[in-house]
Ligand binder design. Structure first.
Ligand SMILES: Cc1cc2nc3c(=O)[nH]c(=O)nc-3n(C[C@H](O)[C@H](O)[C@H](O)COP(=O)(O)O)c2cc1C
Length: 194
């Protein structure tokens, strides 16, 4: 078995754009000169939803990682042992060959905090993120990982990415959102980091 079960429910719709303002957060960030970037990969949109809430909450820039070529629905079929993800899962050499449309975000050196988001694939970070982590220097940066999954935790996904980054930067395990996504829960988590 693949060790994970189907989601308990669909993404629950939360009204976007609450009346709450994050101006205070932005003000504090501006004062300390801190600049945040949210970088994510998302195959089916769940991690993207979380990433957008984080970026809004932190007044951060946001960048989506796009694999070249991108994954089709058939590529993502983990029940098919011959699908692209299944073959990549079985063969680390294939994972290492994955290219991104753009691996180095614009103005990389201007950010001191980087949120990295990804879906959990077979217990680890979806591997399109690997190419991003390997292509950038995290020296002096504070990194927070986050993920979405049906049921799996972050596990050692963050530790593995930290190793791929050559042990550079100050990395902190964030959170893995499972089951139905709640934008309120994402906001709560972001606030708890401050
Ligand atoms: C190839 C593949 C492997 C997956 N492996 C796991 C897993 O090990 N544990 C889990 O809980 N969910 C797993 N899932 C489910 C995804 O983690 C989950 O649907 C995630 O929220 C998708 O995020 P996205 O919409 O940003 O791509 C897997 C999905 C795919 C496509």
């Amino acid at each position: 078995g693949c060790g994970f079960s189907a989601p308990a429910g669909n993404i629950s719709g939360q009204a976007a754009g609450s009346a709450g303002s994050s101006a205070g957060t932005a003000g504090e960030a501006a004062k300390s000169g801190s600049k945040t970037l949210v970088v994510y990969y998302s195959a089916t949109g769940r991690t993207e939803r979380v990433a957008k809430v984080i970026a809004k909450e932190r007044q951060a820039d946001i960048v989506k990682l796009v694999p070249l070529p991108d994954y089709t629905e058939a590529d993502l079929d983990y029940n098919d042992t011959t699908s692209r993800v299944s073959r990549e899962h079985d063969d680390a050499a294939l994972r290492e060959k994955i290219q991104l449309e753009k691996a180095v975000p614009d103005n990389w050196s201007s950010y001191d905090t980087i949120f990295i988001g990804y879906p959990i694939w077979w217990g680890i970070a979806a591997w399109p993120v690997d190419a991003f982590v390997k292509a950038n220097d995290f020296t002096g940066k504070h990194v927070v990982t986050f993920a979405t999954a049906y049921s799996s935790p972050l596990g050692n996904s963050g530790k593995l990415l930290f190793e791929m980054a050559g042990g550079k930067g100050q990395w902190q395990d964030g959170i893995c959102f499972t089951g139905s996504l709640s934008e309120d829960k994402v906001r709560e988590w972001v606030k708890s980091l401050e």
